[in-house]
Design a protein around this ligand. Structure first.
Ligand code: BGC
Length: 811
């Protein structure tokens, strides 16, 4: 069952009922000001950091769902309704929500009135713009009362939702004409305020929630809307809101447009006040003036479209397969940009208060967006590297606002260092910008410890090299990629952290997965060293990598698949001898991607085991059999009921590892079969089972051991976005940036006859035509560049600005 459909020409997902199984959201903004917006106009805004600079309030885990947002109430005689149905939930005569790239449009109609809400965050500016168009389609004159309503957050979202003894007394506002200023704590240490405005002078306003909703009222039945209108309240303490009342008369056929905005303003300390107690509004007034006309709104929308045109044009495929094209050309890349902006901080599942940016998460996210915004990838790499410790280990998380590592979680996740090599390597292959390696970057955010980035990569490699366990495999520390496999932490008390309680690190527990990473990204390190002419160091690194490969193929090999780990007592995790958790997906994907066992057959055997034991119709589960009881020696993984999350859920992030691994072995049919099983556009018709947005990936789909098999959770912010883009754009469609050229090496289903790709790379544009009339899964027989044959499959970089015609004939 579907709740909407794709509109590829407009690059929108069109939702045709407000009653989606869960709120289906969009992200507006891609720089500093962000808004999460659901299909019923629920959501919230923040500036840079969803925890520390929350602009509007949102209550997670509430019932009914999605209570707060950017709502407009329309009172038409006895009927009160919202264009997005929520929160009053008056049945609409017509409803549609279009989520586009960086904007959303919600349209509802009731009793002959059509109301359209257009939302966007203006590119290059710190405000949400909301245009409301009302049209009288009836034969009678309409007298309407229109009430926009938002609830402010008192900035620090955590404090706002917990420290009521203080914050019920701090709220302050100012009202000036059609603008409502939220200035809580501005009198003391804050230099920022928010402003809500309208281009029309309102006929009434409220800024105290109690006055607008009523003490026992609710957003579903505001006292002002259902009663006598706004009261002109000025919030002192309690809950500041921005509500207005606009009384409008519309002749039959007439329409009216109102422009609303919500902006964030910072003032220099010395210029905070216009006069004692009155905020300096100069910047706010300038912002309102910038968007005072409909032409300005339209121009902001146009600028946004141009921005996305340019971003997406870095990789476009024409395959003839509609679903594939829409994933590759639009939605997968869009999600990559959102994960770049948000990491794992703010979604409808991540509260924006829990974690900051993840070290490994951000490094992996890079793999999916580096081709669109290499300059911001550069900046991101340097920020991440600055949170590395001098010994090569790293803070597991850092706050985006301060860019400082989070002490509470600390370090000890032993896969983290190697992801820095992965991200930097992807950047070098994309850009050829070797100067990044010379950039001096702090260790532990301490400028006195700054060293060139190259040294950071060296210490990443060395950290793993020097932290090996009894089998010569890397020590796992608190956890590796799987945050929930906690082999050194023995937590028995509820509420303790599974990762950081007790010793959490030990000399015995080892990770086969990190062993695979060390081989894969160690080779990338070697390539970098060789490119720099550092052959001695490269040779030594190769010796270490060969030793690791050997360790993986002996202690890490179980007979038919790669083992997962050794626990703190030296017992096998992920082997046939285990009663549960016999086989895990991660080492199969990573070790085969690393090329381990490719020649000796273990790689192919491992992937056959994945197919035989882990495949389901909704994707590949993380492990089998699921753990049925809590195991002190394994930690969080066994805390989940069978089939959920890391305990045998379909963890979407590592499905594309299997895609890449299958492609590595030349299995085009199987690679694509795995790809499409979790690709949102391919499973749109089971939206009732899947439940999350059908245009983006979710972190997890319940596995076959779960009662809700097939149900997804945690949509949007997941490393799945980057890895699936990598798997389809590079492993399957086969356009792979390398340090010295662009390799064309598709691995596709045998019945795919060919496709075309436009790829922007290092300033030149490559128009690539792949011809598979031969019907093979892999293998390039001939390549021409601008009509001239080239040997092999590597195309040297063209001069920036050039357009290059490439044909590749498979066979
Ligand atoms: C985390 C990742 C981790 C994954 C698997 C996600 O929630 O953000 O860092 O690799 O879970 O545990």
């Amino acid at each position: 069952m579907q709740y909407g459909h794709f509109d590829d020409a407009r690059r929108e997902y069109v939702i045709t009922t407000p009653r989606t199984p869960l709120p289906w959201i969009n992200y507006l903004g891609s720089e500093a000001f962000f808004t999460l917006l659901s299909n019923t106009a629920g959501g919230y805004s923040f500036y840079k950091d969803a925890r520390l600079r929350r602009i509007t309030r949102y209550r997670y885990n509430a019932s009914p769902l999605d209570g707060e947002g950017f709502r407009v109430y329309i009172r038409d005689g006895e009927t009160v309704w919202n264009p997005g149905w929520q929160p009053v939930q008056t049945e609409l005569d017509r409803y549609v929500c279009r989520h586009g790239l960086g904007y959303s449009v919600i349209e509802g109609a009731k009793n002959g009135v059509t109301a359209t809400q257009e939302f966007l965050v203006s590119h290059g500016d710190d405000c949400l713009l909301m245009r409301l168009t009302l049209r009288n389609d009836s034969a009678e004159e309409k007298r309407l009362d229109v009430f926009p309503y938002i609830e402010f957050c008192l900035w620090d979202a955590m404090d706002d939702s917990s420290n009521f003894q203080r914050n019920f007394s701090t709220g302050e506002v100012e009202v000036c004409g059609a603008a409502i200023y939220h200035k809580t704590e501005y009198r003391e240490r804050r230099d920022h305020y928010a402003v809500f405005w309208c281009d029309r002078a309102p006929d009434g306003f409220d800024t105290a929630r109690e006055a607008f909703l009523g003490a026992y009222g609710s957003p579903a039945r505001p006292a002002a809307v259902f009663g006598d209108g706004c009261t002109g309240s000025l919030a002192h303490g309690w809950q500041p809101v921005a509500a207005q009342q606009h009384t409008l008369t519309l002749a039959p056929g007439a329409s009216v447009r109102l422009l609303f905005g919500l902006g964030y303003i910072e003032n220099p300390r010395a210029e905070k006040w216009e006069r004692p107690g009155v905020v300096n509004k100069t910047k706010a007034e300038a912002m309102m003036a910038r968007y005072a006309t409909h032409a300005a709104f339209d121009a902001a929308m146009e600028a946004l479209r141009a921005h996305w045109d340019s971003l997406l044009s870095a990789y476009q495929v024409r395959s003839g397969a509609e679903k594939l094209d829409r994933m590759v050309n639009i939605w997968n890349q869009y999600q990559c940009m959102v994960t770049f902006n948000m990491s794992r901080s703010a979604s409808y599942f991540e509260s924006g208060m829990g974690r900051g940016m993840g070290f490994r998460d951000s490094c992996q996210d890079l793999l999916g967006f580096v081709h669109m915004i290499p300059e911001r990838a550069r900046e991101r790499i340097l920020d991440i590297a600055a949170t590395q410790f001098p010994d090569g280990s790293a803070y597991h998380q850092y706050q985006p606002l301060t860019k400082k590592g989070n002490l509470a979680v600390g370090s000890g996740f032993n896969d983290d260092p190697l992801w820095l090599i992965a991200g930097t390597d992807a950047y070098l292959r994309e850009t050829g910008d070797w100067s990044i390696l010379d950039e001096r970057v702090d260790f532990d955010n301490d400028p006195s410890l700054a060293r060139p980035l190259l040294e950071h990569l060296r210490r990443s490699f060395d950290y793993t090299r020097t932290h090996l366990g009894p089998h010569g495999l890397p020590l796992i520390g608190r956890a590796d990629w799987n945050d929930c496999l906690n082999l050194n932490c023995f937590s028995s008390e509820p509420g303790e952290s599974f990762q950081t309680t007790g010793p959490s690190e030990g000399p015995v527990a080892e990770s086969v997965f990190i062993g695979g990473m060390f081989v894969k990204y160690g080779r990338a390190w070697v390539d970098i060293l060789r490119h720099l002419g550092q052959t001695g160091e490269a040779g030594a690194a190769e010796t270490d990598i060969a030793a690791m490969e050997k360790a993986v193929l002996t202690a890490g090999w179980d007979g038919a698949w790669f083992r997962r780990a050794y626990d703190a007592e030296g017992r096998v995790v992920g082997g046939a001898e285990c009663d549960e958790g016999q086989i895990f997906i991660e080492p199969q994907g990573m070790c085969v991607m690393a090329g381990i066992g490719a020649e000796t057959g273990e790689a192919a055997t491992a992937l056959q085991s994945v197919e035989a034991r882990l495949d389901t119709r909704y994707g590949i589960v993380l492990l089998q059999p699921a753990y049925t009881r809590y195991r002190l020696e394994l930690g969080e993984i066994s805390s989940y009921p069978p089939g959920y999350k890391e305990n045998a859920g379909i963890f979407c992030h590592n499905n594309p590892w299997i895609v890449c691994a299958e492609a590595e072995l030349g299995h085009g049919d199987r690679a694509f079969a795995v790809y499409r099983r979790t690709a949102p556009a391919y499973i749109e018709d089971i939206s009732d089972v899947h439940r999350t947005e059908p245009y983006v990936y979710s972190q997890m789909i319940a596995g076959r051991d779960a009662p809700s098999f097939g149900e997804a959770k945690n949509s949007w912010l997941t490393g799945t976005a980057a890895w699936t883009f990598l798997s389809i754009s590079q492993a399957i469609l086969g356009v792979k940036p390398e340090l010295d050229g662009l390799r064309i090496d598709p691995c596709i289903p045998a019945d795919c006859k060919g496709f075309e790709i436009t790829r922007r790379w290092r300033g030149a544009t490559y128009h690539i035509t792949v011809d598979n009339a031969a019907g093979v899964e892999r293998g390039v027989a001939a390549i021409t560049v601008d009509g001239a044959p080239v040997p092999g499959s590597l195309i040297p970089p063209a001069a920036p600005g050039k357009c290059v015609e490439v044909t590749a004939v498979m066979g």
